[in-house]
Design a protein around this ligand. Structure first.
Ligand SMILES: Cc1ncc(COP(=O)(O)O)c(C=O)c1O
Length: 384
C-alpha cells in the first residue's frame, strides 16, 4: 500500500543546495570546482574562539546540556548590546530569542504570528525558503515583483489594496544585495504597524555592507519581528544559531513553540557565538575583503558583457541578468558547472516567474577564487 506525502510537505527544492550537492560530487570525483553558488563565508570561526571552546570542552566546566528555550542569558545580553554598535541604540535582552539558525527563527515566527490560510507578502526575487516554509505551514505567499524601479525592494504603495496579514523584507536582500535606506524601512514598518500587517524583517546580512547605513525594524515599529543569524557576518553557518528580536506579544508563544519544536538552540554554538563578539575586528576585516571581491566581480563581469546587475549594496551576492546569453538560467548553471567547474545559482531559486533570466554569484570566497572564476568564464562564454 502506498502512503501519501501531504501536499504541504511537497515544497520545491532549495536549488542552491542542489547545485552545492552536484558541485561537491564533481569535486569528490577529482574535478576543480570554484564555489560561487553558496552563501557561506569561506573563513570559519576565528582561532581565538576555537581555542577557547576547545579549552572549555577539555575542562568540562559546562556539560553542554540544554539551555533555556530562548538561549543563554549572557549570549542574549551580548546580542542586545551589539545593536548599540550597529544602530546606535540597544535592544532589551528579554526580547532576544536564540534559535537554531534563522531558518528555525522563521518557522517559530510564522507559526506564532500567522494562522493557516493567512496571506504574507514578500519580494520576488527573494530568498526561496520564505515561500517554501510559508507553504509548509499552510500560509499563502503573495509575491511582490520588484526590480530596478524600486531598488529591488517592496514599497508601502505595493501594499495598497492588498489584503495581507504579513510582509517579509530582507535588507540587504538575498539574492540582489539591495538595501532599504533607514527612511524606506521606517516607511514600510510604520505602514505595516498602522494597517495591522505583521512585519518580519530579515536582518541576517547586517554588518556586511559597503557604505549604506543599517537600520533595524524594531526601531520603527513595536509590532515588527526581527530575524538574524550568526551564519553570515560571524561566519558560523554550520553552527546553526540565529535569533529573533520579538515584540512583547509574541514572546510566550515563541517560547512554547521553541520548547516543543527544538527544546533549545545548540549549546556549544551559543558559547562560540558569545565569544565571537570579542572578534568583531576579524569579521570587519573579512567584510572589507568581500567589498574588494564585489568590485572585482562586478567590473570583471561587465567586461564579459554581464553588466545588468542589481545594486550590490550589501550581503555578498551579485544578481545578474544573463538573458542575452540565450539560455535558461538552470541550463546555463548546469553547463557552466559541467564545462568550467564554476558553480553559481540559477535565478529560478529566487524568482519563480522571471528567474530563468538571472543567475546569482556569491563572492564571500577568497579573492583568488573570484579571479579564477572570471578567467574560466572569459574562456568559456565565447564557446556558448
Ligand atoms: C536572506 C536569508 N535569510 C535566512 C537564511 C538562513 O540562514 P541560517 O538558517 O543559516 O541562519 C539565509 C541563508 O542563506 C538567507 O540568505
Amino acid at each position: 500500500m502506498t502512503l501519501k506525502i501531504a501536499d504541504r510537505g511537497r515544497v520545491p527544492p532549495f536549488l542552491v543546495m542542489d547545485v552545492l550537492r552536484d558541485a561537491s560530487a564533481r569535486e569528490a570525483a577529482g574535478a576543480s570546482v570554484l564555489h560561487l553558488e553558496i552563501g557561506q563565508p569561506s573563513a570559519g570561526i576565528p582561532n581565538e574562539v576555537a581555542h577557547g571552546l576547545a579549552a572549555a570542552l577539555e575542562a568540562g566546566t559546562d556539560p553542554m546540556g540544554y539551555t533555556m528555550a530562548q538561549g543563554l542569558p549572557r549570549l542574549r545580553e551580548r546580542i542586545a548590546a551589539h545593536a548599540e554598535r550597529l544602530y546606535g541604540h540597544s535592544v532589551d535582552p528579554a526580547r532576544v530569542f536564540c534559535t537554531m539558525g534563522s531558518s528555525a527563527a522563521f518557522l517559530i515566527a510564522f507559526l506564532a504570528a500567522f494562522a493557516p490560510g493567512d496571506r504574507v507578502a514578500l519580494a520576488s526575487p527573494g530568498y526561496p525558503a520564505y515561500r517554501h516554509i510559508l507553504k509548509a505551514v499552510g500560509i499563502e505567499p503573495v509575491l511582490l515583483q520588484v526590480g530596478p524601479e524600486t531598488h529591488f525592494q517592496p514599497t508601502p504603495e505595493m501594499l495598497d489594496g492588498l489584503d495581507v496579514d504579513g510582509l517579509i523584507v530582507a535588507s540587504p536582500s538575498n539574492p540582489t544585495g539591495s538595501m532599504l535606506s533607514p527612511e524606506a524601512l521606517r516607511a514600510l514598518a510604520e505602514t505595516c504597524h498602522a494597517r495591522g500587517i505583521r512585519l518580519i524583517s530579515d536582518e541576517i546580512y547586517h554588518g556586511i555592507g559597503y557604505g549604506m547605513r543599517f537600520a533595524t525594524a524594531t526601531a520603527f515599529s513595536p509590532s515588527a519581528v526581527v530575524v538574524n543569524s550568526f551564519s553570515k557576518y560571524y561566519c558560523m553557518t554550520g553552527w546553526r544559531l540565529g535569533w529573533l528580536v520579538l515584540p512583547e506579544d509574541m514572546l510566550r508563544a515563541a517560547e512554547c513553540l521553541a520548547q516543543n519544536l527544538f527544546i533549545s538552540p545548540p549549546t556549544i554554538s551559543q558559547h562560540a557565538a558569545t565569544a565571537a563578539f570579542d572578534c568583531l575586528d576579524t569579521f570587519d576585516a573579512l567584510v572589507a575583503g568581500y567589498g574588494r571581491n564585489r568590485d572585482l566581480l562586478v567590473a570583471g563581469l561587465a567586461k564579459l558583457g554581464i553588466d545588468k546587475v542589481a545594486p550590490p549594496d550589501g550581503a555578498f551576492y551579485v544578481y545578474a541578468d544573463v538573458s542575452h546569453l540565450g539560455l535558461d538560467s538552470a541550463e546555463l548553471c548546469r553547463r557552466m558547472l559541467a564545462e568550467t567547474g564554476v558553480a553559481v545559482a540559477p535565478g529560478w531559486d529566487f524568482d519563480p516567474d522571471g528567474g530563468g533570466r538571472f543567475i546569482r554569484f556569491s563572492y564571500c570566497c577568497a579573492e583568488g577564487t573570484v579571479n579564477a572564476a572570471l578567467d574560466r568564464l572569459r574562456a568559456w562564454l565565447p564557446t556558448l
